[in-house]
Design a protein around this ligand. Structure first.
Ligand code: FAD
Ligand code: NAD
Length: 465
C-alpha cells in the first residue's frame, strides 16, 4: 500500500458508485469516492428516480381527487394545486436521501473527494488539482441526456427542457410535447398531464416503450390514450424554434414525407441517455469506448486495463439504478477477492405510471425466437383486490419454456406492478417453473394473486376467469 493513497477509488457517487464504495469499505478496503456534484447519489437521487417518483406520487393524489376516482370511493373533494409545495416535498425527499448517503460514507469511512476526476495514468486520477493513486479504480460516471440535433435544451428558460428541467417546471404547461415515448417521456408526461397539461407524445417507432413485451406496449398505449395523452407514432421531430414563450416543432413521418408543425408551451426531450466518458481522460488510462460510447467490461466488471473496473450506466446493459447498485456490490466483492456476480438475465424494469408497467426476463417475442413456449395471462379485472380498488386495467403474463416449464419472463400492468415483479424476479433467480409459482400460497386479497393466476393459466387452469 505504501505508494497508494487508496485500495479503491470510485469515480462517481450514483447508485453504482456509492454502493461500490460502501461495500469496498465494509470489506476492509481503504476507499475514496470522487463526485463532482454538490450532493451524493448521482442522477438517481438528485435528478432521476427519486425526484420523478416524488412528483409522480404527489400528482397521482391530485389526479385521483380531480378525475373522480376519490368521489367513486365516497370522498368528494375539489383539489387546488399548490405547485410550490409539491416541488417542496420533492426537494425535501432529495435532500433527505442525498444527505443519507453522506452519512453512510462517514459511517463506513469512505473519503468523498469533492470534484470531477480525470485519469492521469493507469492507477492515478486528479481531483480538484490533487493527484491520487489507487490500486483499483472503478469508473461509475453514469449517463447524461442524449441531445436531439435541432432541438436545443435550455432548462433555465423552461420551454425546451430535458428530464431535469421537466421536474422543476414553475407552472403547469398548457401544452407539453414529449419527444420520445420511453420511460422518461411517459413518467414525466403523466405528471404534467395529471396536473392539467395537454400532453402530446411524439415517438419515432410504431409503438411506445421499446424493448418491452408487445402485449404490454399495446395495452399501455391504449391506457395512456384513455388517460388523455395523445400519441404521434412513427413520427420524428426535426427542428424546434423558440418563439417568445412557446416552441414551434417541425414533425416529419419517420419514413419520410410531408412535414407539419406543432406548437408547445413546453417540449421535453427524452430520447434516451448516453454514457459519461467525456473529460475523463480515458486515453491516459489506456482505455477506449465502444461504438455506443460505453466502456466494455468482462463479467466481473474488469476493463481491458488491469486494476480499472466499470459499472452502471457507463457500461452496456439497461440504464437502471438497481442494476448499477448490484454491479456496485459485485465489483467491490471481486476487487476484494470474493466472487461478485450479477445475473443480467434477471433485471426487472418498471415504469412508475398509473398503472405501473413492469417486466423481467424475456418478452414473449424474444422467448419464441429461442424455442417453444407456453404463455399464461390473467387480467387484473379478474383480481379481487384490483377490482375492489377500482383498478380494472392491466394483466399479468407468465412466459414459460414449453418443455421444462421454467419461467422465462413475466410482464405486468397493474397499479402495484413494480412491487409484484419482485416475486417473479426471485422465482426466476431460483430457476422456478410456472407450476412452482402456481402452487405457492399467495395472500388474499392482494394484487400478487394475479401472478399466481397467470402462472396457473400457463397450464390452462386459472380459477377466477
Ligand atoms: P449516475 O447515477 O448517473 O451517477 C454518476 C455520477 O458520477 C454522477 O453524480 C456524476 O456527477 C458523477 N460523475 C460523472 N463524471 C465524473 C467524474 N469525472 N468525476 C467525478 N464524478 C463524476 N432508474 C431506475 O432504476 N428506476 C427509476 O425509477 C429511474 N428513474 C429515472 C428518472 C429519470 C428522470 C432519470 C434521468 C433516470 C432514471 N433512472 C431510473 C435511471 C437511473 O437514474 C440510472 O440508471 C442510475 O442513476 C445509474 O447509476 P450510475 O451510478 O451508473 O450513474
Ligand atoms: P428510452 O430509451 O426509454 O426512450 C426513448 C424513446 O425515444 C424511444 O422510444 C425511442 O424510440 C424514442 N426516440 C428516439 N429518438 C427519437 C426521435 N428523434 N424522435 C422521437 N422519438 C425518438 O429513453 P428515456 O425515456 O430518455 O430514458 C433514458 C433512460 O433512463 C432509460 O434507459 C431508462 O432505463 C432510464 N429510466 C428509467 C426509469 C425507470 O426505471 N422507471 C425512469 C426514467 C428513466
Amino acid at each position: 500500500m505504501a505508494d497508494y493513497d487508496y485500495d479503491v477509488l470510485v469515480i462517481g457517487a450514483g447508485p453504482g458508485g456509492y454502493v461500490a464504495a460502501i461495500r469496498a469499505a465494509q470489506l476492509g478496503l481503504k476507499t475514496a469516492c470522487a463526485e463532482g456534484r454538490e450532493t451524493l447519489g448521482g442522477t438517481c437521487l438528485n435528478v432521476g428516480c427519486i425526484p420523478s417518483k416524488a412528483m409522480l406520487h404527489a400528482s397521482e393524489y391530485y389526479d385521483a381527487a380531480a378525475n373522480g376516482a376519490m368521489a367513486k370511493m365516497g370522498i368528494d373533494v375539489t383539489p387546488k394545486l399548490n405547485l410550490p409545495a409539491m416541488h417542496g416535498q420533492r426537494i425535501d425527499a432529495v435532500k433527505g436521501l442525498t444527505g443519507g448517503i453522506e452519512f453512510l460514507f462517514k459511517k463506513n469511512k469512505v473519503d468523498w473527494l469533492k470534484g470531477y476526476a480525470q485519469f492521469t495514468g493507469k492507477d492515478s486520477v486528479e481531483v480538484a488539482g490533487k493527484e491520487y493513486r489507487a490500486k483499483n479504480i472503478v469508473i461509475a460516471t453514469g449517463s447524461s441526456v442524449t441531445p436531439l440535433p435541432g432541438v436545443a435544451v435550455d432548462n433555465d428558460k423552461q420551454v425546451i427542457v430535458d428530464s431535469t428541467g421537466a421536474l422543476e417546471l414553475a407552472k403547469v404547461p398548457g401544452h407539453m410535447v414529449v419527444i420520445g415515448g420511453g420511460v422518461i417521456g411517459l413518467e414525466l408526461g403523466s405528471v404534467w398531464r395529471r396536473l392539467g397539461a395537454k400532453v402530446t407524445c411524439v415517438e419515432f417507432l410504431d409503438q411506445i416503450l421499446p424493448g418491452m413485451d408487445a402485449d404490454v406496449r399495446k395495452d399501455a398505449n391504449r391506457i395512456f390514450k384513455k388517460q388523455g395523452i395523445e400519441f404521434k407514432l412513427k413520427t420524428k421531430v426535426t427542428k424546434a424554434e423558440v418563439k417568445g414563450k412557446k416552441a414551434v416543432l417541425t414533425l416529419e413521418p419517420a419514413a419520410g414525407g410531408d412535414a407539419e408543425t406543432l406548437e408547445a408551451d413546453v417540449v421535453l426531450v427524452s430520447i434516451g441517455r448516453r454514457p459519461n466518458t467525456e473529460g475523463l481522460g480515458l486515453d491516459k488510462a489506456g482505455l477506449a469506448v465502444n461504438a455506443r460510447g460505453q466502456i466494455e467490461t468482462d463479467h466481473d466488471f474488469s476493463t481491458q486495463v488491469p486494476g480499472i473496473w466499470a459499472i452502471g450506466d457507463v457500461i452496456p446493459g439497461p440504464m437502471l439504478a438497481h442494476k448499477a447498485e448490484d454491479e456496485g456490490i459485485a465489483v467491490a466483492e471481486n476487487i476484494a477477492g470474493l466472487t461478485g456476480i450479477v445475473n443480467h438475465d434477471v433485471i426487472p424494469s418498471v415504469v412508475y405510471t398509473m398503472p405501473e408497467i413492469a417486466g423481467v426476463g424475456l418478452t414473449e417475442e424474444q422467448a419464441k425466437e429461442k424455442g417453444e413456449v407456453k404463455v399464461g395471462k390473467f387480467p387484473m379485472a379478474g383480481n379481487s383486490r384490483a377490482k375492489t380498488n377500482h383498478e380494472p386495467d392491466g394483466f399479468v403474463k407468465v412466459i414459460a419454456d414449453a418443455k421444462s416449464d421454467r419461467v422465462l419472463g413475466v410482464w405486468c400492468i397493474a397499479s402495484v406492478a413494480g412491487t409484484m415483479i419482485a416475486q417473479a424476479a426471485q422465482a426466476m433467480e431460483f430457476g422456478a417453473t410456472s407450476e412452482d409459482i402456481a402452487y405457492t400460497c399467495h395472500a388474499h386479497p392482494t394484487h400478487s394473486e394475479a401472478v399466481k393466476e397467470a402462472a396457473m393459466a400457463v397450464t390452462g387452469k386459472p380459477i377466477h376467469i
